[in-house]
Design a protein. Structure first.
Length: 61
């Protein structure tokens, strides 16, 4: 897709495999580091070990 690894972070390496809680922690860390800013669009993508899959693109506000 033409994006760097930094633009597609994964929380399992730094926080662990704790799903939703880690995803919010990663968003918070990116906001604090100013990696993302208001009006940027972010994609939340979830793939579970079973049939769980989903993705959502939302603007940061």
């Amino acid at each position: 897709m033409g994006i760097s690894a930094e633009q597609a972070p994964a929380h399992v390496r730094t926080i662990g495999n704790t799903a939703a809680v880690s995803t919010i922690a990663l968003l918070h860390a990116d906001l604090a580091a100013e990696t993302i800013a208001p009006r940027d669009e972010v994609c939340f993508s979830v793939v579970g070990s079973g049939p769980e899959r989903g993705a959502l693109i939302v603007p940061v506000s």
